[in-house]
Design a protein around this ligand. Sequence first.
Ligand code: AMP
Length: 429
Amino acid sequence: MSFSQLGLTPELLSALSEQGYETPTPIQQQAIPVILKGQDVLAGAQTGTGKTAGFTLPLLQRLAETQPSHQKPHAIRALILTPTRELAAQVYESVEVYGRHLTLQAYVIFGGVNINPQIKRLRRGVDILVATPGRLLDLVGQKIVDLSQVEVFVLDEADRMLDMGFIPDIRRIITKLPRQRQNLLFSATFSDEIKAMAGQFLNDPAEISVARRNTAAEAVTQVVYAVAREQKRELLSYLIGSGNWRPVLVFVRTKHGADRLGRQLQRDGIRCAVLHGDKSQNARTRALNFFKEGSIAVLVATDIAARGIDIDQLPHVVNFDLPSVPEDYIHRIGRTGRAGMQGESLSLVSEEEIKQLAAIEKLLGRQIPRSTEPGFEAGFTLSTPSPSEHVRHSRHHKRKPRVRNPAGHRRPKTANTGRRSSGKAQQRR
Ligand code: AMP
């Protein structure tokens, strides 16, 4: 199946071939024809499946093919809502890339940055607006944004919207939209609340679902290390240094924990940046750009800040803490192993986190292989209930122990003689 067989126009096909995309992903194969027909869509797909192009391409084509049904200039014809600023920026970038041979105007708005340039730009007219809910409502309230001419409404990562408490905002936004419109809802998971919301505003939707990354993501090798809480940072520094890992995305549970780990890694001589919700928008953008261009090796991030981050060539994801919500584990490891690349996810698990590990394995339906690093052996084992059947049939389970240290670095003889740090001295500081 090719993109041209899906009925896309030459302008879009050129943009795709310039991007080097040859074959549509499963979500694209299913979503593009349905959206082109004008039908509503309820899609189960996570970041990493190619969902953004799955809705952006047909949306661009529909807008380019039809004349506005209204005479009013500067009215927004497509609205794409995303839960985070980072995701908004990324979706906007995709709209710009795929729409580069069309004349449609796109723009992105989110909070945390000066509103005045946004007002100025919006006044010049925008066909496609990508937005986070808060700033959008602000601008609607100021009568800068008029949503009465929206033809296509996209709700991206609806489950995250729910987690972040945006549902009342979304309901308010929907009341500003015209009744006659196409609705596209994307969500990685479908809780009762999401289903209820979908039932309220989607009109006879085509239901599309692609395999969750946890079943499909054979491209991601997962491994857990049992390690004492106090030794996690040292083991992480050692693994990054000895394996010469870069880039690495490291997840931590709290903002405070992210800041602390960032400082410790810097002290270990590892160039890193920290991304979490308390950082200013400028600091977040800068950190992400440095990471993307490779001038820092490690990005330490909380779940929400990292949501939807799309980085090409991200071979390593580390769970420094396990997430308290098991589904977040899937979101996290979905950052790697994208678009056919082999990725690796590694979790550092302390004795206090065995329950969380068990919940994650239950969700995955199998045990994650264990590994140890000489010099960092923990005084406990990670024994979790076997999620039955799946374990015996798991491909991962049969894998041979992985060979670490490809760069030939020496392992520390003891826990405290890591290449980059003298552990105890570091910890006392
Ligand atoms: P998404 O799920 O939208 O976040 O996309 C995941 C990644 O896959 C992004 O880096 C896209 O640029 C890339 N991608 C999307 N569609 C394709 C495709 N058909 N072929 C290759 N890469 C793609």
